[in-house]
Ligand binder design. Structure first.
Ligand code: AMP
Ligand code: MG
Length: 531
């Protein structure tokens, strides 16, 4: 009875694996897959699956509710132990540029798409991450560990509630299998608990899905994939004509820019912006060694694997998004055949980026009116934030409390409303104090030109400057507890991060700077791709 209900509620309507060409081989062996968009795969049977957490919002998105998540079928289906009737799970074939170099075929090495469901006229693909090997697993095991799965589950949902385009996470399961990982790549591997996350998104197609076909000069399949993507996800665009493909590329470029501007707004650093980790729908995808800016620093990256080059550092993300778009343009060129319209779109990204970045920073500062000095005000602030180790989240939240009253006095008291944001307030010397006074006075002068009241401005600022983000150490605390069998902090953080812009008195303890112990701790400021 229960089983029937659960099955019936999911309105399964597969397209990717019914419309597009499939790899004719069905055995689960590592291989190069040509002239196909995916390979059919059966998830691995987990040793002892246990549901650790479920997102009730994502459940609702696909037409399920809490009761369904308690059923035995839910446990089996979303851990890979059982295949939904009438579905054919599969892994996608894609390539990618990793750290700037073409890496050839990559593919879903540990992701298996279960099915697509349509609920309230929206299409959702359900995908397990960590459910075993696929033809694309290369030398790896297709599994995921608990720590990285907790990070992906919590952060996907937190990003959604922050208003950042993202893939969602339905469920977090432990698999009961042990997984061998060398966390810091220092020759000290150890066994960790295995886990499986079920991700949910309209589609998991990446830039790399197009790139691999273009690299192989497989224009036929490239065209099929592009027409498919347009038909199902860009339905306002005409398929099968060059103008349509140009418009498609333009919209991907716009969506990508919008996503990355949001990242800059909330202080999110993806960490591995390889082209295989760029969603064609402009969604944040593949939560690996990501991190949140605590001390505001354009050069910061959480990814230790990228420590030398810092290719994926915070301040460079919009540029890398464009670099990735240029790689996608190279792939689309096979269909469009004329580079000019693509080049024009790339040029437009550069212009739009500057406009949108200033607009976004102005919203963080509570500025709405036009003023040509705003760019200068913003860059002066950015310099100051970098010179004084300042917590980004606390700073902007506190700035909303500044009133349109000129700073007086020679001392440091004027900094009091912002003091909580500084990591080492005692290190703010005379010169820096002076610079802060000068900046704040300019800012207050500028606020004088705004017609909004202090109260109205604060309300507006609090809607773009989150109070609570998934600080790196917070996720780590949830992981440490989970390793000891206590999963309560996962839900506490999940609940808090559902309303990140609200004042939450009971959660005030999370509105504080990163503790000193977390400054250089593995998992907090140092993360690797090992997951
Ligand atoms: P990532 O940097 O995590 O986006 O992964 C890059 C590529 O490696 C993708 O093709 C992944 O599917 C694959 N990959 C990462 N981890 C594993 C794993 N444990 N098993 C199999 N493939 C993996
Ligand atoms: Mg990836």
């Amino acid at each position: 009875m229960e089983r029937d209900n659960f099955m019936k509620k999911l309105n399964i309507q597969d397209t990717f694996n019914t419309v597009l060409p499939a790899d004719p081989k069905s055995e689960n062996t590592r291989r190069q897959v040509f002239e196909s968009c995916f390979s059919f795969v059966t998830p691995k049977m987990p040793a002892d699956p246990t549901l650790l957490h479920v997102s009730e919002e994502t459940l609702r998105v696909i037409g399920l509710d809490q009761i369904d998540s308690k059923s035995d079928d839910f446990l089996k289906v979303f851990s890979g132990a059982k295949i939904l009737k009438g579905t054919d799970p599969y892994s996608m074939c894609y390539g990618g540029h990793q750290f700037g170099n073409w890496a050839g075929q990559l593919g879903d090495g540990r992701a298996i798409n279960l099915a697509e469901v349509v609920h309230q006229n929206k299409r959702w693909a359900l995908q397990l991450k960590g459910a075993g090997e696929t033809p694309y697993s290369r030398s790896a095991d297709g599994l995921a560990v608990l720590r990285s799965s907790i990070r992906e589950h919590l952060c996907s949902e937190a990003m959604y509630h922050l208003g950042v385009p993202t893939t969602r996470s339905l469920s977090l399961m432990s698999s009961g299998n042990n997984v061998l990982r060398d966390v810091m790549y220092d020759g000290n591997p150890s066994y960790e608990k295995g886990a499986i996350v079920c991700r949910v998104a309209p589609s998991f197609i990446r830039f790399g899905n197009f790139q691999i076909l273009a690299a192989r000069k497989d224009v036929k399949t490239l065209k099929q994939l592009t027409d498919y993507t347009i038909k199902y996800f860009f339905s306002n665009i005409e398929m099968d004509i060059k103008e349509g493909y140009i418009q498609f590329y333009k919209e991907v470029s716009e969506k990508t820019l919008e996503m990355v501007i949001h990242w800059q707004r909330v202080g999110f650093v993806h960490g591995v912006m390889n082209t295989d980790n760029m969603s064609i729908l402009g969604l944040t995808i593949d939560y690996g060694p990501y991190g949140w800016l605590e001390g505001y620093d354009h050069a910061w990256t959480p990814n230790t694997t990228d420590n030398g080059q810092r290719r994926y550092r915070y301040g460079y993300q919009p540029h890398i998004a464009l670099w990735n778009l240029a790689q996608l343009a190279n792939a689309m060129l096979l269909l469009i055949e004329d580079p000019k319209p693509l080049e024009a779109i790339i040029e437009k990204y550069k212009i739009d980026y500057h406009l949108k970045y200033v607009e976004m920073m102005k919203s963080k500062l509570g500025l709405t009116e036009e003023n040509e000095t705003d760019k200068g005000l913003i860059s002066e602030l950015e310099d100051l934030l970098q010179m004084t180790e300042t917590d980004m989240t606390i700073f902007f939240r506190s700035l909303a409390k500044i009133n349109k009253v000129k700073m007086k006095g020679e001392g440091k008291e004027f900094l009091d409303p912002l003091l909580k944001a500084f990591y080492e307030p005692e290190k703010i010397n005379y010169e820096l104090t002076d610079s802060w006074r000068s900046w704040l006075n300019k800012y207050i002068d500028r606020l004088g030109q705004e017609s909004t009241s202090n109260e109205e401005r604060k309300t507006k600022m609090d809607k773009v400057n989150p109070k609570y983000v998934l600080r790196n150490y917070m996720a780590q605390l949830a992981i440490d507890k989970a390793d000891n069998g206590d999963y309560s902090l996962i839900d506490d953080l999940y609940q808090m991060l559902k309303t990140p812009y609200d004042e939450q008195p009971k959660n005030e303890k999370w509105f504080t700077k990163r503790p000193e112990w977390a400054r250089n701790k593995v998992g907090c400021s140092m993360l690797s791709c090992s997951s």
